[in-house]
Design a binder for this molecule. Structure first.
Ligand SMILES: [Zn+2]
Length: 263
């Protein structure tokens, strides 16, 4: 049996009021979120630990960006494919650490939870984006990704992190002035990393759905390769959806920055 524990949480009735227009515009009743607990064994030190996986969920409000990143106010199924050992602090692929025999017994009830990578880089730390990005680039340098599928996963993380600098740019004049010098120093290195990462990602990425083809077109658009972006966009079957039209429009206007999709 693959499941160690199955826990269900029922949310109470929630009625929220929009802060801007005061209209009570959304609510949900008895939404069920299901968690599965997996038992893992560290490939490095053989320590046993556990991790949660969310299998059903309800998204209340979310923001979707052109590079495929989704920010939501409710937990979404975690895509934490890489975890950190709670004992030796080394990273490992979750799928390779799952214990074949996931049975419940007394020896597994006191396990520590495996760490998630974002928890290592809390958002209040000024250089969290930089450290987080370096963490993933170091993983690639040490050949942590031994298949193109794993490399794709890490390179998408790097792409999203580099785009976070644009995505969550503060509008404060003071913080912009404070950041100005640092940005000038870093910008050449970041541009190189952004370009090389995305070029390699576009090379190994294997789109097999309209959504993934749109994401690949977005990679070329952000690289400024509008010829390849247009080629992919023109060859797609589904053209009448909002995300397609917004990315198509941005590509036609030679825009290269990530942007929030309007619903
Ligand atoms: Zn370990």
């Amino acid at each position: 049996m693959m499941l160690l524990l199955l826990q269900r949480y029922f949310d109470v009735i929630t009625l929220k009021q929009c802060k801007k227009c005061k209209f009570k515009d959304y609510y949900f009743i008895s939404v069920m979120t299901t968690f599965i607990t997996n038992t893992l064994i560290c490939p490095h030190c053989k320590n046993r630990m556990y991790s949660f996986e969310i299998t059903s969920y309800f998204i209340n409000k979310s923001e979707v960006f052109s590079d495929g990143k989704v920010d939501s106010d409710s937990p979404i199924p975690s895509d934490y494919k890489i975890l950190i050992c709670s004992t030796c602090n080394k990273p490992f692929w979750k799928e390779e650490a799952l214990l074949a025999d996931q049975k419940i017994d007394d020896s597994t009830t006191d396990l520590l939870e495996a760490n998630n990578i974002p928890n290592l880089f809390p958002g209040f730390e000024e250089d969290h984006l930089q450290k987080h990005t370096i963490f993933y680039t170091d993983l690639l340098d040490m050949d942590f990704a031994d298949t193109e599928e794993k490399e794709t996963y890490i390179r998408i993380k790097i792409w999203h992190l580099l785009n976070d600098r644009i995505r969550y740019q503060t509008s404060s004049v003071f913080s912009n002035l404070f950041e100005y010098h640092k940005k000038q120093t870093d910008s050449a290195k970041i541009k190189d990393l952004f370009k090389n990462n995305l070029l390699r990602l576009a090379k190994i990425y294997k789109p097999n759905t309209d959504e993934s083809q749109l994401l690949m077109a977005e990679m070329y658009r952000e690289l400024g390769d509008f010829e390849n972006a247009s080629y992919l966009l023109d060859s797609m079957d589904t053209k009448n959806n909002s995300a397609y039209q917004q990315i198509y429009e941005a590509s036609k206007r030679n825009k290269i920055k990530v942007f929030k999709l309007v619903k």
